[in-house]
Every structure is written in C-alpha cells, then in structure tokens.
Design a protein around this ligand. Sequence first.
Ligand SMILES: C[S@@+](CC[C@H](N)C(=O)[O-])C[C@H]1O[C@@H](n2cnc3c(N)ncnc32)[C@H](O)[C@@H]1O
Length: 412
Amino acid sequence: MKVPNSLSLAFGEDFERALAETAHQEGLLPAPEEIRAKRFLARSVAPHVERLTELFNRVESERADSGLERYWKKGSNPENLRLAYFLSFMPGNLYRVASVWSELHRLGYRWPQSAEAAPTFRAVEFGAGPATASCGVLAGEKQSPLGLPTVGNFALIEQDRGTLKLGEKWLETYSRQLGFSNYSTRPFHRKLDLKQGWLPSSAPRFHLWLMSFVLNEFDDSSPDLAKTLLHAWDRHLEEEGLIILVEPALKLQSRRLLALRKSLLELDLAQNYQILLPCLGHQACGALAEEEDWCHEEVAWWRPPYLKLLDEMTGLDRKTLPFSYLVIAKSRRSREELLPALRGASHTHRLVSPAFKVGNDWEFYACGTADGKRRARMRQDHAELVRGSIIIDAGLRGDSHASRVDKFKSVL
Ligand SMILES: C[S@@+](CC[C@H](N)C(=O)[O-])C[C@H]1O[C@@H](n2cnc3c(N)ncnc32)[C@H](O)[C@@H]1O
C-alpha cells in the first residue's frame, strides 16, 4: 500500500513519549523513561510479547480457550501482559488503520459534509482493546485528512476492564497530542455475544464502525457474522457512514474476511452499500476462488525507537506490517462519486502481490473489477508498481494464468 511519508514518519519520539506517559499514569510502567530500559523490557515485557505472538499465530483449531481467558487473564501478571500488548501490538494495528485511512484519502474519498451547522461525529469501536483503531483514525486524519468534523466522540466497547481504561486514557492523551481537542471517549465495558447482536437496540446511530483484529475472535460462521453485521449496520450506521474492518494477514483469518465479504454480497449488501477497499467493487473474490489463496496488504513505517529495541529482543521484525482489510460505505452513491480518483475508469486492476522484476517486465497478480484475479506482466519502464497499485483501464492479452498489460490509462 502506498502510504504518505509523513504518516510513516509520525511514530517517533513524540509518539513514544505519549505512550510512555499513558502507561506510566495507568500504573503499567514504573517511570516513563523505562520504555527504553533494556532490563525492564527484557524482564517485564518481552516474555509476554512472545506469549501473545504465539497465541495470535495459533490456528483456530488449536485455540483451546476463548474470550477473556484467551489472554488478559492468563498468567500471574495481567498488568505486564496488558503493557506488552500496548507497547508491542497496539502501535502496529494503529498504523494499519491509519494507512487504510490514507488509502481512502489517496483515492479522493472525503467525509460527507453534514447539513447541521456543527455536526458531531460519532464512531464506535468493537473489541477496542486500548482504543487502537480509534487512535488509528485520528493518526490517519492528521496526516491524510478526509475532513472529519472538529467535534467527535469514540464509543469503545471492550470486555476487559483494565484494557478499556487504558484505551480511554490513551485516546485522550493521543487525541490531544494530535490536536483533536474536541474529541471525547465513551467506554463501554461489555462482553459481546452475537446472539444478542452487536449493539442494544437503544444504541444510537454512528458515522463510523471500527473493528481491528477482532472479528476473528468470534467463532460464528461467515453467513451468521454477515447477517448480524448487516442487521446492525442497517439500524446503527448513519447514511453515508463508513465501515472499516482490519484483520490479520494469516491465511485462515484473511480467508474468513473474504468469506464474510462473499456472505454480505449474498445478502444483497450491494443494494445499499458499496465495497470500496481493497476491492474497488463487488466482483466475486479472486482469492477465495482458490482453496490455498488469500489476500493481504502490507505497509512499511519507521517504528517507535523502543519498538525497534523490543523487536530485537523478541526476534520479531515489525518494519513491515501485513494485514487484511475491508472498507464498506453505506451509500447509494457511485464508486466514482465516493472515490473520485477512479472517475472515468471503466475497469480497474489492483495489485494483490508485490511486483517482481522479470527481465524488462514487472510480474504480479492483480484483481480486476471485471475479471477477478490474474497473473500478469507489464513493461517495467511503463510505471512503478507495488502491492496495492491500481492500474486503470488495462488493455490485457492472454488468460488469467498469463496476461500481458499492453496499454493502460494510468497507474495510481
Ligand atoms: C486482538 S485484540 C485487538 C484489540 C484492538 N482492537 C487492536 O487492534 O489492537 C482483540 C480484542 O477484542 C476483545 N474482545 C474479544 N472478544 C470480545 C467480546 N466478545 N466482547 C468484547 N470484547 C471482546 C479482546 O478483549 C481484545 O481486547
């Protein structure tokens, strides 16, 4: 994904300081400076990072326990476990969400202007952990503004009380640091059970629906998830509202997101909603067609200094961050109206793999709005291609196993 430099550089010393102060105020870090203390990190954080990594990488069938037991209450020191998540996993997820926001910006999406004089923006984040996705939206808005109203509120729904409290504090600190001083938080300590739906019927309508690394916590089938989500969006998402779902890049979890997309389309999602990213349309999923395939993005960034240190200790390498995602708009407006950068395009092909140099060519896989997924080549001197690039109106020769892009209108 093409992320603006300003965003990839926005997680340096200031970000680190805000994190350290929040963790310290919440009693998780003995002193803000300890965030870079090797001894503290090695003893109190790194072992928990390793346990969490193992847990997140386990395939579904190996997950013996579920829900809260899965991590927050595990082990003898839940504070250090929470700190490990906050320092090691939250920033990467925050950056992933911010990158998705910047992709919307890149394609020209702008926040719909309300008729109200001073509209209040309302977002809801499910399984919010430490308010990760909400903070990601603000980081994205700071560097790649879509034009959010200046007054807003994030409702955070989370089953773990300690993490929710940490999220409330973090969102408050970070939004102030970014200059969003009129943004507030409403925490809801709640264990979601989809038999009861995502929100109580008395809940208000929101403009933004956020889920980061949380859908895979629910064992419900894709058709069931689709049914409950669509029901909730119909009732609790404002017209022209936006849905952002971010999930791991692992095959199983990524395929579950693709299956959810398919189930949503089978429920006639397209009548009132538009799938915007990454697919740019409602075509049958090219990756889901093959049993062993899946679809993910990747973003690069300059990690906060302490995270580099922590990565060295744990053997993790978070210089690049893979993820799967889906952005849906509740809108009957056309794709061109929602994503003006695609205006005039009769079809688009999104690169869903890196582009490799083969002789004088780029070779890549691309997913097209008209024809699904294909392996293709294109002359290298025609354009710079990366995963996530979009080729507008490609003139293609060959079949889905081996095509050549002879001509195209432009590359975004
Ligand atoms: C992998 S973490 C992701 C946290 C955060 N969204 C992020 O991206 O960093 C999953 C979160 O979902 C919460 N969660 C899982 N199942 C839940 C449920 N049934 N109700 C409420 N929260 C839940 C967990 O407690 C945890 O904080």
